[in-house]
Design a protein around this ligand. Structure first.
Ligand SMILES: *[C@@H]1O[C@H](CO)[C@@H](O)[C@H](O)[C@H]1NC(C)=O
Ligand SMILES: *[C@@H]1O[C@H](CO)[C@@H](O)[C@H](O)[C@H]1NC(C)=O
Ligand SMILES: *[C@@H]1O[C@H](CO)[C@@H](O)[C@H](O)[C@H]1NC(C)=O
Ligand SMILES: *[C@@H]1O[C@H](CO)[C@@H](O)[C@H](O)[C@H]1NC(C)=O
Ligand SMILES: *[C@@H]1O[C@H](CO)[C@@H](O)[C@H](O)[C@H]1NC(C)=O
Ligand SMILES: *[C@@H]1O[C@H](CO)[C@@H](O)[C@H](O)[C@H]1NC(C)=O
Ligand SMILES: *[C@@H]1O[C@H](CO)[C@@H](O)[C@H](O)[C@H]1NC(C)=O
Ligand SMILES: CC(=O)N[C@H]1CO[C@H](CO)[C@@H](O)[C@@H]1O
Length: 434
């Protein structure tokens, strides 16, 4: 965005415009960086991490990382990765096992350098991406970070007593507060009791999801929608990697949809987005869902539409797992299928994304007096999408005042909506001044 203003033309109004442009461009920058936490490109500027970076790609762990922040990544520099014991692991293990070991290097918490300096000698327990796969026992997918108070040296190892593998932090490579920190460590860290052989020989499940749903009797509508839209092939392809978790509405749930929700008449691409909104890109057995650390979970629809959108809020309510889309509250009613790496749960309601079915969105034809979907009434989407943040020059079209700030301004992405609200309010002010 090049701004050239000759001095003679600077008037209070021009200044006002400049101020607005500044505000707006800061909004745009933060928005683009949110959706672009690309670990491969961050690591590419470090010559001594090229091998580790290519391992992340060859084991398909890198794409898992774009959907996770905040994270602290334990990276092994080339010189350490090429020597024993790390080199033995990279040479010996198949990509699936190596992928799980690398997931153990992704801590699901942001640590600044000073946070690390304040770690107590008794240590802190931090969950890793490996824990979310359900492929480890108890909390062996977590790490215990300890600091020696005398030398300040930081050691990371499994919380299991007598775990043989440990790593020492060498240096801070990079930190982007409060999303990602990359630390150099002196070796690959092997999770305790990690059954290298088991994941090595884990056969591809090759589950036919449509058939599993038809066999579950209660899921015929979902089964036919999945098969007709073709997304089921995509889900089955995702059975590798970190696995998948599907929430499948019962036939009753489809029957109970309010009359103003025209799910079947959505265009095919939107219908596919709604279906992908029912799937998490990790294997979560019921126990993991019940104790989920991060309630707001990205879905497969998030991957196509950008970080912060199409998320599900998963929590434990009244002893069962509740799923909140912002406009629909559903609960998990049964386990249809659970075999690592695929979990399929029945849910009591169709999970309607507020991005499509929120008030004033295209998916709902609202008739006054008709039943409102869910309980919360959503103001129209005001987050700066590429079209309306870039095209600021055409003022009139985007200057409508939102009826109010969104309720969940603490959630991810909320801050940008807040910012855009401020911009909108400023714009209205400007129009009044002019
Ligand atoms: C990340 O960046 C690399 C190049 O820097 C590119 O090849 C890759 O496709 C990007 N990945 C994503 C998920 O954007
Ligand atoms: C890796 O390279 C970066 C600069 O590119 C440097 O700051 C860092 O100390 C190096 N780390 C190791 C462990 O060699
Ligand atoms: C972490 O390690 C420290 C030092 O070995 C130990 O005292 C502490 O109990 C460990 N914490 C956990 C949760 O395992
Ligand atoms: C880490 O491992 C090394 C070698 O296996 C061992 O000598 C050292 O005591 C371990 N450190 C801790 C803190 O467990
Ligand atoms: C999956 O099962 C359904 C229903 O039994 C069947 O129509 C479909 O052909 C199967 N798909 C594959 C890839 O075998
Ligand atoms: C998620 O849902 C729970 C229970 O409904 C609620 O307490 C919590 O505030 C929600 N969190 C977010 C970020 O929406
Ligand atoms: C939880 O249980 C209480 C009492 O049985 C009930 O009033 C409430 O509506 C339930 N909440 C949800 C979210 O199901
Ligand atoms: C690159 C990135 O994701 N940046 C985000 C880090 O987190 C803060 C909020 O904690 C956001 O404002 C940034 O956009």
């Amino acid at each position: 965005m090049a701004i050239s203003v000759s001095i003679s033309h600077i008037t209070p109004i021009t200044l006002f415009y400049l101020l607005l442009l500044l505000l707006l461009s800061s909004t745009i920058t933060t928005t683009t960086t949110t959706s672009a936490l690309n670990i491969t490109s961050i690591l590419s500027s470090f010559q001594n991490l090229t091998s580790f970076s290519s391992l992340l790609c060859s084991t398909s762990v890198a794409p898992d990382l774009t959907r996770r922040d905040p994270v602290t990544l334990l990276a092994v520099p080339n010189s350490y990765l090429s020597t024993s014991p790390s080199s033995d692991l990279t040479r010996r293990l198949p990509p699936s096992s190596l992928g799980d070991i690398l997931r153990y290097h992704v801590l699901l918490q942001y640590f600044s350098w000073s946070d690390l300096r304040q770690i107590p000698p008794s240590g802190v327990l931090v969950t890793t991406l490996l824990q979310t796969t359900g492929r480890v026992h108890s909390n062996f997918g977590a790490v215990n970070i300890t600091r020696d108070p005398l030398t300040n040296s930081i050691t990371i190892q499994s919380p299991a007593p007598f775990s043989p593998s440990n790593v020492t932090v060498l240096s801070l490579i990079k930190t982007l507060p409060y999303n990602i920190t990359i630390l150099a460590v002196d070796s690959l860290l092997v999770p305790y009791d990690f059954n290298l052989l088991a994941s090595e020989t884990r056969p591809p499940l090759g589950l036919n999801i449509t058939k599993a749903l038809i066999d579950g009797h209660n899921f015929n509508v979902a089964a036919s929608m999945l098969a007709a839209s073709g997304v089921v092939d995509e889900f089955e392809a995702d059975e590798g990697g970190a696995g998948i978790t599907l929430f499948v509405p019962t036939d009753d749930a489809f029957g109970d949809l309010p009359g103003n929700v025209k799910l079947q008449s959505l265009p095919a691409d939107k219908k596919a987005v709604v279906l992908k909104f029912h799937v998490l890109h990790s294997y979560y057995p019921l126990g993991s869902l019940e104790s989920i650390v991060n309630p707001v979970q990205p879905t497969l629809a998030t991957e196509d539409n950008g970080a912060g959108s199409f998320t599900l809020n998963i929590s434990r309510v009244n002893g069962s797992v509740a799923i909140d889309t912002g406009i629909v509250q559903a609960s998990v009613t049964q386990t249809v299928f659970d075999q690592n790496p695929v979990a399929i749960f029945g849910v009591s309601k169709v999970l309607l994304p507020r991005e499509i079915f929120g008030k004033d969105s295209a998916g709902v034809t609202s008739k006054p007096g008709n039943a409102v979907v869910g309980t919360t009434v959503q103001p129209p989407e005001t987050s700066p999408s590429p079209e309306n943040s870039a095209g600021f020059s055409g003022p009139a079209s985007h200057l409508s005042s939102p009826p109010g700030f969104r309720e969940e301004i603490t959630s991810k992405g909320g801050r940008y909506r807040m910012q855009s609200c401020i911009v909108t309010v400023c714009c209205i002010g400007l129009v009044l001044v002019v």
